[in-house]
Design a protein around this ligand. Structure first.
Ligand SMILES: NC(=O)c1ccc[n+]([C@@H]2O[C@H](COP(=O)([O-])OP(=O)(O)OC[C@H]3O[C@@H](n4cnc5c(N)ncnc54)[C@H](OP(=O)(O)O)[C@@H]3O)[C@@H](O)[C@H]2O)c1
Length: 326
C-alpha cells in the first residue's frame, strides 16, 4: 500500500507518499481500506518532530479515517467485510489501509457522506469526552470555546447548542466569527482585538463561563481562571500557547472551580473504547437527526498532504481539511 511517511522532521515538504508494507489486523482488530482521512493540528506537530506516536501506534500520521472494512481479525464481532465505517486512530490514517481496534470503529452516520465521515471521529471524541464526560456541561450553562472555527471548535459549538447550552467563542477574524455564529454561537469575541475575559463577563451579567474548552494552555491559564464562573470547569486540550504557566490557586479556590487536561491519543484502548461508545450513543443520533453536521472546509488528494498541512498551519480553514485516497 501507499502511505504518507515522515522521513525526517521539518516543514510540509518532508511529507512523502511512499510504498510501505500492508498492515495486518491482529486479535480484536480490523483492516480498513481508507477512503479519506482528515488533518489534525497534532499531525503537524508530529511532522515537526515534537509529538511522537505512542508505543505500538502506526508511525504514519493520521488520527481518524473513513472507509470500508477489508478484513476482520480474530475475536471481532458485530462488524462485517464491506461495512462502511469511520474510526478513531492512534496514527496511520494517511494511508490506503489502516488497522483499527474494533472498539474504535463507528458506523458512518445515516445521511453523512462516506468521505465527510472522516472529519468526525477525532473532534466528536475529543469534544464529547472533555466537555461532557469530564466537564459535564449542562443545558442552560455557558461554554466558552477558544478557536471556535477550528475542527474542534466547530464540533463543540454544535454539540453544546444541541444540548441547550449558551456558546461563546474566540476567533481571529470577523469572517471566522461569522461562521461560528452560523453554527449557533451566541457570543462572538475576536481574540486579536478584544479582551475575552471582559467581553464574556459583559455578555453573561458578570457570571463568566461554566465550562471553557481551551486550546492555548499556558498563555490563557490566568485569563481562563478569571473567565470561569463559580463552580466553573476549565478543560485544557491544547498547548498552542505553551506548557508552563502560573496558576492563581486562590482564584480557583474562591470559585470552587476545577481544571482538567487530557490528550486522547495516549489514552489506553479501554478508555478510547468507552469514549467511542459514548459518542455513538449521544453524538450519532444528533448527526443522523440532522441537528449537527461535519464541517468540511476543503479536500486534497492524500498524496498532496503537504498542501493540506500548509492550509491548516496558516489557519486558512474553517472546520476540517480532508485527505482523500484517489
Ligand atoms: N487533547 C486532545 O485530545 C486533543 C484532540 C484534538 C485536538 N486537540 C487540540 O485542539 C486544538 C484544536 O485542534 P484542531 O485540529 O481543530 O486545530 P485547528 O483547526 O488547526 O485550529 C487551531 C485553532 O487555534 C486558534 N487559535 C490560534 N491562536 C489563538 C488564540 N490566541 N486564541 C484563541 N484561539 C487561537 C485558531 O483560531 P484562528 O484561526 O481564528 O486564528 C484555530 O481555530 C489544538 O490545540 C489541538 O492540539 C487536542
Amino acid at each position: 500500500m501507499r502511505a504518507i511517511t515522515i522521513p525526517e522532521s521539518g516543514g510540509p515538504e518532508v511529507l512523502s507518499w511512499d510504498e510501505v508494507p500492508d498492515p495486518v489486523p491482529g486479535e480484536g482488530e480490523v483492516l480498513v481500506e481508507v477512503v479519506a482521512s482528515a488533518v489534525n493540528r497534532a499531525d503537524i506537530v508530529q511532522r515537526q518532530g515534537f509529538y511522537d506516536p505512542p508505543p505500538g501506534a502506526s508511525p504514519y500520521p493520521g488520527l481518524e479515517c473513513s472507509g470500508r472494512i477489508a478484513e476482520i481479525g480474530t475475536g471481532v464481532s458485530g462488524w462485517a467485510v464491506g461495512d462502511e465505517v469511520c474510526a478513531l486512530l492512534s496514527g496511520g490514517g494517511y494511508a490506503e489501509k489502516v488497522v483499527v481496534p474494533a472498539g474504535q470503529l463507528l458506523p458512518v452516520p445515516k445521511g453523512v457522506d462516506l468521505k465527510h465521515a472522516a472529519a468526525l471521529p477525532e473532534v466528536a471524541c475529543t469534544v464529547w469526552s472533555n466537555v461532557f464526560m469530564i466537564a459535564h456541561l449542562r443545558p442552560g450553562e455557558t461554554l466558552l470555546v477558544h478557536g471556535g472555527s477550528s475542527g474542534i471548535g466547530t464540533m463543540a459549538i454544535q454539540l453544546a447548542k444541541a444540548v441547550g447550552a449558551k456558546v461563546a467563542v474566540t476567533a481571529g477574524t470577523k469572517e471566522k466569527l461569522e461562521h461560528c455564529a452560523r453554527l449557533g454561537a451566541d457570543i462572538l469575541i475576536n481574540y486579536k482585538e478584544q479582551d475575552f475575559v471582559a467581553e464574556l463577563k459583559a455578555a453573561t451579567d458578570g457570571a463568566g463561563a461554566d465550562v471553557i474548552l481551551d486550546n492555548m494552555g499556558a498563555k490563557y491559564l490566568d485569563r481562563n481562571v478569571r473567565a470561569l464562573a463559580v463552580n466553573g470547569r476549565l478543560a485544557i486540550i491544547g498547548l498552542q500557547g505553551g506548557t508552563k504557566g502560573e496558576l492563581n490557586i486562590g482564584a480557583l479556590l474562591g470559585k470552587r472551580a476545577a481544571i482538567s487536561a487530557t490528550t486522547l491519543r495516549a489514552r489506553p484502548l479501554s478508555e478510547k473504547t468507552a469514549i467511542v461508545a459514548a459518542v455513538r450513543e449521544h453524538v450519532w443520533p444528533l448527526l443522523e437527526g440532522g441537528h449537527i453536521r461535519p464541517v468540511v472546509d476543503r479536500e486534497f488528494p492524500m498524496s498532496d498532504a503537504a498542501a493540506a498541512h500548509r492550509v491548516v498551519e496558516e489557519s486558512g480553514h474553517v472546520g476540517k481539511v480532508l485527505l482523500v485516497v484517489e
